[in-house]
Write a protein that binds this ligand. Structure first.
Ligand SMILES: Nc1nc2c(ncn2[C@@H]2O[C@H](COP(=O)(O)OP(=O)(O)O)[C@@H](O)[C@H]2O)c(=O)[nH]1
Ligand SMILES: [Mg+2]
Length: 224
């Protein structure tokens, strides 16, 4: 099966070229969805050989939707643009789809470890919040996931196009899982490792945006 790699990127000029170069052996096409970066993200990605498209200025979820529509291959792999994910893990990530055992595969940091969890308040909040969301999703949709927020994931393109994703922001990760489960698609997990962001700064202010995730779950539970 062929792979489209979709990389949402907002102000990631620090290393996007290297990332695109290092991913070439693991994808049949690379699409960088630029979030109207004020730096040279778009030019760097394009010179490194990626196809560059722009999102609609609504956030990471918006970038995912643009990326899925743009992708032309059998499987769409999503990977962050900050060096947190290792492209050499793509073959392992897509394996359950290739074996026809899953339609969506989430990279699990619980199973593969994360260098971003440093024991400070910010990562503690992310860990507790993410754990609570996963617990509720597991309980309501009768699954056994260890993780619902990792951006390193793979979905069958035809399934991705049918998901009717509404989330436009960082809440897209959990929403994609819930939409799959509601539509009876198979969701699997594979252990992947998360590295520390290697350049630039995070675009997710944990305290100010925490409500987003629980609000999305509320909307999803009540089909709003
Ligand atoms: N296209 C696009 N990408 C975004 C946007 N916001 C964040 N990203 C990208 O989404 C990925 C994850 O964001 P990041 O700031 O690392 O979040 P964190 O890992 O939760 O701290 C990175 O590749 C960002 O560049 C956006 O509004 N548009
Ligand atoms: Mg990051």
């Amino acid at each position: 099966m062929t792979v489209s790699l979709v990389i949402p990127a907002k102000n990631e000029e620090g290393g996007i070229s290297r990332l695109v170069e290092s991913a070439k052996n693991f994808a049949d096409e690379i699409i960088v969805v630029d979030g109207h970066s004020s730096d040279k993200t778009s030019q760097c990605a394009s010179s490194a050989g990626a196809k560059v498209v722009s999102d609609n200025k609504k956030g990471k979820g918006d970038a995912y939707k643009v990326g899925i529509k743009e992708a032309a291959m059998d499987i769409v792999v999503f990977m962050d643009a900050d060096g947190s994910h290792d492209p050499s893990q793509i073959p392992a990530l897509i394996e359950p789809i290739v074996k026809n055992e899953a339609d969506l595969v989430i990279g699990s940091r619980h199973k593969g470890g994360s260098d971003e969890w440093k024991g400070d308040i910010d990562t503690y909040l992310r860990s507790v919040g993410g754990g609570l969301l996963t617990l509720i999703i597991n309980y309501l949709w009768k699954v056994n996931l260890t993780e619902c927020l990792n951006g390193f994931r793979a979905v069958k393109r035809d399934v991705g196009l049918k998901l009717e994703l509404r989330a436009n922001n960082f809440d897209v990760e959990q929403h994609m899982i819930v939409q799959c489960l509601k539509k009876k698609y198979r969701v699997a997990e594979v252990a992947t490792h998360e590295y520390e962001r290697k350049w630039g700064v995070s675009k997710l202010p944990t305290y100010r945006k925490a409500y987003l995730f629980f609000w999305r779950l509320f909307l999803d539970v009540f089909n709003l």
